[in-house]
Every structure is written in C-alpha cells, then in structure tokens.
Design a protein around this ligand. Sequence first.
Ligand code: ZN
Length: 121
Amino acid sequence: MPGVHEFSIAEALATQVLTYAPAEARLRGVEIRVGPLRGLDPEALQMAWEAVTFGTSMAGVVLEVEQLPWSITCSDCGREWTSPVPFVSCICGNQAPSPVGTDELDLLAVTVDETTDEDET
Ligand SMILES: [Zn+2]
C-alpha cells in the first residue's frame, strides 16, 4: 500500500501537471524522473497516483516513473559504476564502496491528446 510519502508526492505532482497542461487538453501520460535518495517505491507511487487522480480530469492518465540509479565509487580501486541498489561490494574485494544518490523529482513530460471535439470531418 502507498504511504503518506507517496500520496503527498502524487498530490504535488497532480497539481504540477495541471499547471503545465493546456486547459482543454486531454491528458494521456505523465513522465517523471526520480533520484534514488527519494526512496520511492514506483508501485506505491502508481497506486497513490491512481487514488489521487480518481474522479478527476486526470483519471486514467498513465504515470511513468524513471528511477535514477545510485552512483557507486570504490575508494580502494577508484572504480565507478551505477547500481539500482546502494549497498554493493566492488569486484576488487571492497565490501563497502560509497553510494551517492540524488534526490531530484522532475516532471519530464506531459503527453496530451491532440484531437479535440471541435474536429469536424
Ligand atoms: Zn574497488
């Protein structure tokens, strides 16, 4: 189940999307990018998004979450790589390389349906 954390993010996101979208546009999808420090569970965020948009003009709008990986740096051998999880060991044998993550939450794209009811064919 989504927690308060996910709900507050979904609500803030919904507000943000509404300010971006043209008034008469039919929204189709919303794409966001989330840094790993946010500790967000994408599934929980999906559920929160559906709950927040339910019964609104944004009901049915698909939320796409791109999760950024952690940057791992090994202080022993200097190797750098990215990982979906923060705590990993390095191939050199170091059991505790330093994970570095960002806490960004960016609205990447809002997809709208171009066709309107005003089309006369
Ligand atoms: Zn190493």
